[in-house]
Design a protein around this ligand. Structure first.
Ligand SMILES: Cc1cc2nc3c(=O)[nH]c(=O)nc-3n(C[C@H](O)[C@H](O)[C@H](O)COP(=O)(O)O)c2cc1C
Length: 390
């Protein structure tokens, strides 16, 4: 089967996941996919969608369905925020740019992370879509301030600080694979690389080894991928405080969100401090295992701050139905982690396009079948909490 045919035959995100898994060595796919410890939270994120059933109102008389949302003054054609994911360059060379361009075409927002494989400036030059920047509070205020300044200068519209990674999550599969934000060349890894020649030729042998470009300036221009990975581990801040967050808020002239909020009290505190939004997130089940699923965490947070700030949610979104449930509960937009990564890992920019097209088409179809004319018209009565079916 040709490359194009297999991509076109991917009908859903799960099909793209299979293609991605086939193309990449196990150590790389495991980094993309796996959660921390027993992966309870990783699975709980998906399982929580079963708690809600969609309740259509038939025959709505809408000829077209409108997926658009407005976030901080930007009118977007679709409700997707492609979330920050570090080290995308090890999935596909140039993955950040491929994702940013595909996201712009699909009508969403692209978020570049501190741990990205592409620099703030290079990404901004390569894509003119709406871009946000995700700040990891690594090292000290000098580093945070510098990253925010660069993002401001390059025209990023909003800032997100991620607060659920003050220490690295216990990702046991990565530890088994000797993957520590960086590939170690064990005999098993080398053999696996050789057994995935398309990945090997396209990513590993096709130029310099992908590295976390945004932190190069803090380590040195010649820094290797390994040295940069060491920096990101050493630079964690377990003592990150609300004072630090207040300091950051004051540095950024524009919308500012906190990512990794699960408790309504934290959302209230963020709102009181002048933050503009929260991303209800457990880092895709990659940090605190046994944490509450995001769909379970969402309604109390919406009740607490939904009228005061923008509430966005992520975690396990793989279908249009998933997104419609969260939007009907009251989320303003949905942030995606793995779903577009499966696409870009399977086939670069064409794969990223495919992932986002699938999600747009699914969401539009779901709205039609629900009898709802637009994402903005979704209300809580389109979903009902239902007991599990044994
Ligand atoms: C491979 C990978 C790398 C990630 N890197 C980051 C990161 O650098 N910064 C961050 O805030 N979140 C990061 N995340 C978390 C995502 O932004 C998002 O919260 C999570 O993936 C959502 O769950 P989902 O993958 O089930 O959609 C990463 C997730 C994955 C899968």
């Amino acid at each position: 089967m040709s490359f194009r045919t297999s991509l076109d035959s991917a009908l859903n995100i799960a099909d793209l996941r299979v293609l991605a898994k086939r193309r990449m060595p196990k150590v790389i796919f495991d980094y993309l996919e796996r959660g921390s410890e027993d992966e309870h939270t990783f699975h709980r994120n998906r399982a929580a969608f079963e708690r809600y059933a969609l309740v259509p109102k038939i025959v709505s008389g809408h000829k077209k369905r409108d997926l658009s949302v407005t976030l901080f003054g930007d009118k977007l054609a679709s409700p997707w925020i492609v979330g920050p994911t570090g080290l995308n360059g090890i999935f596909w060379r140039g993955a950040d740019i491929a994702l940013a361009r595909a996201t712009a075409r699909a009508g969403g927002v692209f978020t570049l992370g501190t741990a990205a494989s592409t620099s703030i400036e290079d990404l901004a030059a390569a894509s003119d879509g709406v871009k946000w920047f995700q700040l990891y509070p690594w090292a000290d205020r000098k580093v945070w301030g510098r990253l925010m300044q660069r993002a401001q200068d390059a025209g990023y519209r909003a800032m997100i600080v991620t607060v659920d990674t003050v220490v690295p999550g216990n990702r046991e599969q990565d530890r088994r694979n000797h993957f520590a934000h960086n590939v170690s060349y064990t005999p098993k890894v080398i053999l696996d690389g050789l057994l995935h020649p398309r990945w090997l030729a396209g990513v590993w042998l096709n130029g310099p080894r992908p590295r976390t470009e945004n932190v190069v300036e803090f380590v040195g221009p010649e820094a290797t991928a390994t040295e940069l990975a060491d920096f990101s581990r050493r630079a964690r801040n377990p003592d990150l405080s609300w004072d630090d967050l207040e300091w950051m808020r004051a540095q950024w002239d524009g919308p500012f969100l906190i990512k990794g909020v699960l408790h309504p009290d934290d959302a209230i505190r963020a709102a009181n401090m002048g933050f503009d939004g929260v991303v209800v997130s457990n880092h895709g089940g990659r940090q605190l295992d046994q944490a509450i699923s995001t769909l379970e965490a969402l309604p109390p947070i919406l009740d607490a701050v939904g009228k005061r700030m923008t509430v966005i949610v992520d975690g396990g979104f793989r279908r249009g139905t998933d997104a419609v449930k969260a939007l009907a509960l009251g989320a303003k937009a949905v942030l995606l982690g793995r779903a577009p990564l499966y696409g870009v890992s399977a086939a670069g920019e064409a794969g990223a396009d495919r992932a986002l097209t699938i999600l747009n088409e699914e969401t539009e179809r779901v709205l039609a079948l629900l009898g709802c004319g637009s994402v903005r018209a979704l209300t809580r009565d389109f979903v009902r909490e239902v007991p599990p079916i044994p």
